[in-house]
Write a protein that binds this ligand. Structure first.
Ligand SMILES: C[S@@+](CC[C@H](N)C(=O)[O-])C[C@H]1O[C@@H](n2cnc3c(N)ncnc32)[C@H](O)[C@@H]1O
Length: 268
């Protein structure tokens, strides 16, 4: 199995704590125009005041804070205890759980989030079925994965470096984008379980005048963390290529793409 869906790797390395996630997210401080994903998620959910919202694969709680501020009773669930320990916002509960087998009663939630997490799941179809099961009739799921062009300009530099180094990891583990669950496949799975599915592609650009934020992102990926010594060398070589581009063009521009889905359990 690819490391990116391996429970042991996810809980002891990639998401042992929220360090790597924070490193990756800091890249988007350079996004122009900036996409406020929390706001996009809240508007996809509609009014949540007084509603029970489960955030599955909640990570360090980026959405839990926004949900609490909007008056929801928000419960965070994640495979990694270390991630839940990093949640700072008030919640109605934090639970270590696998999205493929949720410890929640059928029909108990008004809404569910599964943001940037379904690509880590061994059986995403089972996970989507579980998310549907815990929603009440009329409940909503909001879920997102990266689009196929997400950070493509960097992958074009990064992937050849990794292949040259002969890294012993499967291809889906290599890139800066987790490609285990393409947008079209996620849409298909959602349509199998939900009556209505809407997709919005949110695209923007990260503009860098210094390679640092991108190198922190690359250093947090599976390819770099599987071999610390090799990882350091790969990131250094990526840095040289990016620095060259910045010195010739004045900046390095990277496409960002988020596929944001809203799925309703039954038609209104
Ligand atoms: C990329 S982070 C996203 C965190 C948060 N949703 C966000 O968008 O900021 C992926 C999260 O999914 C969690 N995760 C991975 N596999 C999971 C599973 N099978 N069930 C529940 N959570 C899982 C990881 O521990 C990690 O916290």
């Amino acid at each position: 199995m690819e490391l990116r869906a391996d429970r042991g790797y996810l809980t002891t390395t990639a998401y042992a704590d929220d360090r790597y996630l924070r490193d990756r997210l800091s890249l988007y401080e350079h996004q122009q125009p900036r996409i406020d994903l929390r706001q996009e998620v809240l508007s996809s959910l509609g009014p949540v005041e007084g509603k029970t919202v489960v955030d599955v694969g909640c990570g360090n709680g980026a959405y839990l804070g926004a949900l609490a501020e909007a008056g929801a009773s928000a419960i965070g669930l994640d495979l990694s205890r270390g991630m839940l320990e990093a949640v700072a916002s008030p919640t109605a509960g934090l639970v270590v759980a696998d999205v493929q087998s949720l410890p929640l009663s059928t029909g108990s939630a008004d809404a569910a989030l599964a943001m940037h997490m379904l690509y880590h799941v061994p059986d995403p179809g089972l996970a989507v079925g579980e998310l549907r099961r815990v929603l009440r009739p009329g409940g909503k799921l909001v879920t997102a994965v990266g689009g196929s062009r997400h950070l493509a300009e960097c992958n074009e530099l990064w992937l050849p470096l990794l292949r040259e180094a002969g890294l012993d990891v499967e291809l889906a583990d290599l890139g800066l984008l987790n490609g285990r669950l393409p947008v079209a496949r996620l849409e298909e799975l959602l349509r199998q379980h939900f009556a209505e599915v809407h997709l919005r592609m949110l695209s923007s650009t990260v503009v860098l005048t210094d390679p640092g934020p991108l190198l922190r992102h690359a250093a947090s990926t599976t390819a770099a963390t599987t071999s610390e010594r090799q990882g350091v060398d790969l990131v250094r070589r990526l840095g040289e290529s990016v620095a060259e581009i910045i010195s010739s063009r004045g900046e390095f521009r990277l496409t960002t793409e988020v596929a944001l889905f809203q799925a309703s359990a039954v038609a209104p």
